[in-house]
Design a protein. Structure first.
Length: 594
């Protein structure tokens, strides 16, 4: 008896003591006395922590950028579970290249994907390689070098007295789309008339009223330093489309007051680090005419003259081109500077539902559909699903690498920036109860000049039968194909949906059940014309400004050189060390000759 009890106790002790360290409290003991560790723990006794994983920096022809612990660029500290990165790498998984010297305390470390370049970079390493964005007055890869003041070489002679550069900022809203400000919003526009309205303002706002709303047209303005760094004004330029007013600035007909001009001048002169110390701005609202003498484009031209400052050696010579942005990336509270600018839009749709036979009577030749221009902001027609519209909060903008059209001219006005076509279908419903949620597709086109036609071509998948392209049950696995369209799925319950390939565009559906006949379709269109802003240096003789005066360009002999070419820049202090006989903040002044 005693032997049996002793054997049983020995076996029981062996069972409890089999797994090492009782799996350290980070796992469970299973068959064969082996620990099964909990997540992020490893080792025979589950006492070692697992570190974060990331895409490897090592190149492997068969498995490039394989998923490895500490991204293959560091060692895992098993006691803490933290990666100890090799020199030159950073991040919780050593997944990023470190910025050199951590930007020396004079800049911000940013991913390549966050850097604004002429050609956006979106390759794999754009999320892993970082670079320094230096603070004002600093440059180089690690922001250790300092810039010195620039000025005009006092020994070079200028062929004229024009020592300050002149630049023109041109802001355009409109595209010659037969806009009729006398037509009430909500009135039906007949097929063939490309009417557009203002989005981002009150429903009753027209072009004339827009000019009286200071907050409805705001511009983000900035300047570029000698190292190519852009600095924006802390406040936006308001009242961009304001009319000239000769009644506020003094005697009637003598002094001109323009709130847009004043606002732009204040904004430019408030750019940090005195990038634009002193400027004079003049402006004039202009309206190009089309071939029929009809004005349907809003345009404001601003002439910015840099006033040279001989004491502080500012604004001398050729200045880098100013930067203006009429986009919608900053329209929410807390974002600075806030920029609000309305844009033109048009809604359109097919007049009735279409069957597949009506749309594709013959294959493979495409059929055409006539679009009836929508009734703008009529809530009644919207609820009756006469059209789909933009949801409140839409801030459309061009995708990276695609510019807003700035080519509006007297003879080429019919342009748009974004065109969203939407196809909606009622899936097969055996009982035809009209209770199914409809599905939809989208197709986005950018920067197209073909806006004068009401004909839009749709085409079924060439390899499919006309009546069978969309024939499917209403299951979530339903997949249909339209030539050039992207299948998006069911209309959301919230009746709003973003379009990934149209940044800032949010669709607003009138209902989840738009079509009332099984497998019929209806096509919708949203046209968007975004405001355009461009900056052009005045570098030719005889330029006539917005007031009708001739503006002479800056003399080509006026320099804008660091230390005025009469001293050496001390990169540690950012101060000019002038040669003998010269002085001033930029060595731009000469001592008296004896």
């Amino acid at each position: 008896m005693a032997l049996r009890v002793l054997a049983a106790l020995s076996a029981l002790a062996a069972a409890f003591a089999a797994c090492p360290n009782q799996c350290s409290g980070h796992g469970e003991c299973h068959n064969n006395d082996i620990c099964t560790c909990y997540q992020n723990w490893q080792g025979p006794d589950c006492s070692l922590q697992t570190c974060a994983f990331g895409n490897s920096w090592a190149l492997d022809a068969e498995n490039p950028h394989s998923y490895e612990e500490c991204s293959g660029a560091g060692l895992c500290n098993r006691a803490t579970g933290e990666c100890q990165c090799f020199s030159g790498f950073s991040g919780y998984a050593c997944q990023r290249r470190a910025c050199p010297n951590d930007c020396s305390g004079h800049g911000k470390c940013r991913l390549l994907s966050e850097l604004k370049t002429a050609v956006p970079y979106d390759a794999w390493d754009s999320q892993h390689i970082q670079a320094c964005i230096c603070d004002a007055g600093f440059f180089d890869t690690d922001c250790t070098m300092r810039s010195c003041p620039t000025g005009d070489d006092p020994l070079t002679l200028c062929d004229s007295a024009n020592t300050g550069m002149v630049q023109e900022i041109r802001v355009t809203l409109g595209s010659g789309l037969d806009y009729d400000p006398t037509t009430a919003n909500g009135a039906s526009t007949p097929m063939g008339v490309e009417g557009m309205d203002l989005y981002g303002t009150d429903d009753q706002t027209d072009f004339n009223m827009l000019q009286e709303l200071p907050s409805a047209s705001q511009l983000k303005i900035g300047a570029t330093d000698v190292n190519g760094q852009v600095y924006y004004a802390p406040t936006s330029s308001k009242s961009v489309f304001a009319k000239d007013d000769f009644t506020r600035g003094g005697m009637v007909g003598i002094s001109q007051y323009d709130p847009g001009v004043d606002s732009m001048e204040i904004a430019l002169e408030s750019i940090p680090s005195f990038k634009v110390r002193n400027v004079k701005v003049s402006g004039r609202f202009t309206s190009p005419m089309d071939g029929n003498g009809i004005s349907n484009v809003m345009e404001k031209r601003f002439v910015v003259t840099f006033i040279p400052d001989s004491l502080n050696s500012a604004n001398f010579g050729m200045q880098n081109r100013l930067v203006c942005d009429s986009g919608y990336g900053c329209g929410n509270s807390g974002c600075q500077p806030i920029t609000l600018m309305p844009f033109l839009y048009r809604y359109a749709s097919t007049a009735t539902e279409q069957s597949s036979v009506d749309i594709w009577p013959v294959l493979p030749a495409p059929a055409t559909l006539n679009f009836h221009t929508g009734k703008f902001n009529s809530n009644t027609d919207f609820k009756n699903v006469q059209f789909l519209r933009l949801a409140q909060g839409s801030m459309p903008r061009m995708p990276p690498g695609v510019a807003v059209d700035t080519g509006v001219t007297f003879t080429d006005l019919n342009r748009y920036d974004v065109r969203v076509a939407i196809a909606v279908q009622d899936p097969a419903d055996p009982t035809n109860s009209d209770s199914s949620i409809d599905v939809y597709w989208t197709k986005v086109t950018y920067s197209n000049t073909n806006i004068t036609t009401d004909i839009v071509e749709f085409r079924s998948n060439p390899g499919a039968q006309a009546a069978g392209v969309f024939a499917a049950s209403k299951s979530p696995e339903f997949v249909g194909t339209l030539n050039g369209f992207t299948y998006r799925g069911f209309i959301p319950d919230g009746l709003q949906a973003s379009i990934p390939d149209a940044p800032g565009v949010i669709l607003q559906f009138g209902a989840t059940n738009v079509i009332f006949t099984d497998q019929n379709y209806k096509f919708f269109e949203i046209l968007i014309k975004l405001p355009a802003c461009s900056v052009n240096p005045i570098d030719f003789e005889g330029y006539v400004d917005v007031t009708g005066s001739v503006v002479q360009p800056i003399s080509p002999d006026v320099e804008n050189i660091e230390c005025s070419n009469r001293g050496q820049c001390n990169r540690q202090t950012g101060r000019c060390e002038c040669f003998q006989g010269y002085f001033g903040i930029a060595c731009h002044r000469q001592t008296v000759l004896i």
